[in-house]
Ligand binder design. Structure first.
Ligand code: CU
Length: 144
């Protein structure tokens, strides 16, 4: 009877293979785990710059398909006004409808002339569309 040739695998080779497999598994696990990577972005979303957007827009009660067309109302104080650029910076109260905390942020003015009688420091009530990184104020008026 002829014996099969079984090549013995040296222990160091086995150890290396095991370590390599573990490293590969760990790398894959990290690569396919989005949570630890997305958390900092989520935390940064409302960190003053508003670069990360404004979080999830709640669906309007009407169920309208275009959430960005919905108009929301809030109160705030003007902290900056750039009529030439057509932007206004508002320190606004929390807006639960779009899940915004109270904060200071810049809006685009749909009609820059709408801010004609307003100035920095004014308390205002305003309507806006949450339609992009710089949401659009569609109406603004002084708060009595
Ligand atoms: Cu905001």
């Amino acid at each position: 009877m002829r014996r099969h040739h079984v090549l013995p695998i040296p222990a160091p080779v086995l150890a290396f293979a095991l370590a390599f497999t573990l490293a590969l598994a760990l790398t894959l696990a990290l690569a396919f785990t989005p949570v630890p990577i997305s958390l900092p972005a989520a935390f940064a979303a409302h960190d003053g710059g508003h670069g990360g957007g404004h979080g999830t827009t709640a669906s309007p009660a009407t169920g309208a398909p275009a959430a960005s067309a919905a108009v929301y109302s809030a109160k705030g104080t003007i902290t900056g006004l750039d009529k030439a650029a057509g932007t206004i910076t508002l320190r606004h109260e929390a807006v639960p409808a779009v899940r915004w905390p109270a904060m200071t942020m810049t809006f685009r003015l749909e009609d820059p002339s709408a801010a004609g009688g307003l100035k920095q420091g004014d308390a205002v009530r305003f309507d806006f569309r949450n339609d992009g990184p710089t949401p659009t104020v569609v109406h603004i008026e002084p708060l009595e």
